[in-house]
Design a protein around this ligand. Structure first.
Ligand code: MG
Length: 377
């Protein structure tokens, strides 16, 4: 069996209510999707994280290397793509392009072998995965605190047992927001904060100390992803677990983050850090450093399904009789692409989502919707 075609698409849709995080505002959602097609017509879907048109250019650059290869040999193909990119892009968006193709090949391989990706990753340790709601972004609402409180209550009412909110505006405002949200959701729902590297080290430390009393499960991307020393110092001085890695790429990037003792929780994005092939290796490296992985996930159902399969097969540290449960991020911010383009639309029940049992990733793309939403060249 040979791969005959790698198709790339950029889909885009406007959001009704623009929203922002500590770095910039979103008015549209955009994604680069990849379809790997085999000679018998079977296919797999992949997705890249990052600026979609740039990811697509990377996919188109790499596609000739992949065509003609046997889709069962996913990691051999990965190595070929990686070697071709190494001279130009040791990190960054070209790695997201590799990731998108790699995920499509894992999906295709699963379909050809008649097995879900989680089985191919080593086996399903769990049929349902605990998810946390990512939301609570900043908007132009007159009463932002009131809006955050209502949104947080909504996630708790939907059954989420863990919620992550955005911070990184300024320390005083962020403390006010975090206190209001904690009060609204009560003590039984986990709360996490994400600064998207909006703080200096001293601001991050001040913020961490001021929210210590709020029982925060982790503090994500406190400082610049380039500031490994800052991560390490914060982790040594703060009591809240430190998380990071969504801007990190490949095993080598995570080696720096992990060997530097920068994080308590590593957050590779499967659609950016190197695909399932590489994130599987990042999980092993994190394990060797006694660090758990909670994948970053911010895209369509393809990205989310890849996360579900990975977490289904994930080993959690430390091992004990009452095993801690791993987590997966479930973005709840407005994303019409996630809701319209891919099926199934994943449902949360008691804070968990079922891992698809169909061969491959267990998600498909609506071809009519894709045609409608694809940005023309
Ligand atoms: Mg984040």
């Amino acid at each position: 069996m040979k791969i005959v075609r790698i198709e790339s698409y950029v889909a885009e849709q406007k959001v009704d209510t623009p929203f922002s995080f500590s770095q910039f505002e979103f008015q549209t959602r955009q994604v680069c999707l990849v379809k790997a097609v085999a000679e018998d017509g079977s296919y797999g879907w992949g997705e890249g994280y990052g600026p979609a048109t740039v990811v697509r250019a990377g996919v188109d650059f790499l596609a000739p290397l992949v065509c003609g290869e046997d889709p069962l040999h996913v990691e051999a193909i990965w190595n070929k793509m990686r070697l071709r990119a190494l001279d130009y892009a040791r990190r960054g968006v070209l790695v997201a392009a590799i990731s998108a193709i790699d995920i499509a090949l894992w999906d295709l391989r699963g379909k050809l072998l008649g097995q879900p990706v989680s089985v191919l990753l080593g086996g399903r340790r769990r049929e349902r995965v605990k998810v946390y709601a990512t939301g609570l972004y900043f908007t132009a609402a007159d009463d932002l605190v009131g809006k955050l409180v209502e949104e947080a209550k909504g996630y708790a009412a939907q059954g989420f047992r863990a919620i992550k909110m955005k911070v990184g505006l300024d320390v005083a405002t962020d403390v006010k927001h975090a206190r209001a949200v904690r009060q609204a959701i009560g003590a039984d729902v986990e709360l996490m904060v994400d600064a998207n590297h909006g703080y200096s080290l001293s601001e991050a430390l001040s913020f961490a100390r001021r929210i210590e009393e709020l029982d925060i499960s982790f503090f994500e991307e406190p400082v610049s992803p380039e500031d490994y020393q800052g991560y390490r110092e914060l982790r040594e001085r703060a009591t809240i677990p430190i998380a990071g890695g969504e801007c990190e790429y490949l095993l080598e990037g995570f080696r720096q983050l992990l060997s530097g003792r920068c994080v308590d929780i590593a957050q590779p994005d499967i659609c950016a850090a190197g695909g399932l092939s590489e994130v599987k290796r990042i999980v092993a490296l994190a394990r060797a450093h006694h660090v758990n992985v909670i994948p970053h996930s911010w895209g369509t159902g393809i990205a989310f399904a890849a996360g579900l399969h990975l977490v289904s097969a994930l080993d959690v540290l430390p091992g004990r009789m009452r095993m801690p449960e791993p987590l997966l991020e479930m973005d709840r911010s407005e994303n019409p692409l996630r809701d319209n383009l891919t099926a199934p639309v994943f449902q949360v029940e008691d804070g968990k989502v079922d891992v698809p049992s169909a061969p491959g990733l267990g998600v498909d793309v609506d071809p009519d919707m894709l045609a409608e939403l694809t940005v023309s060249d």
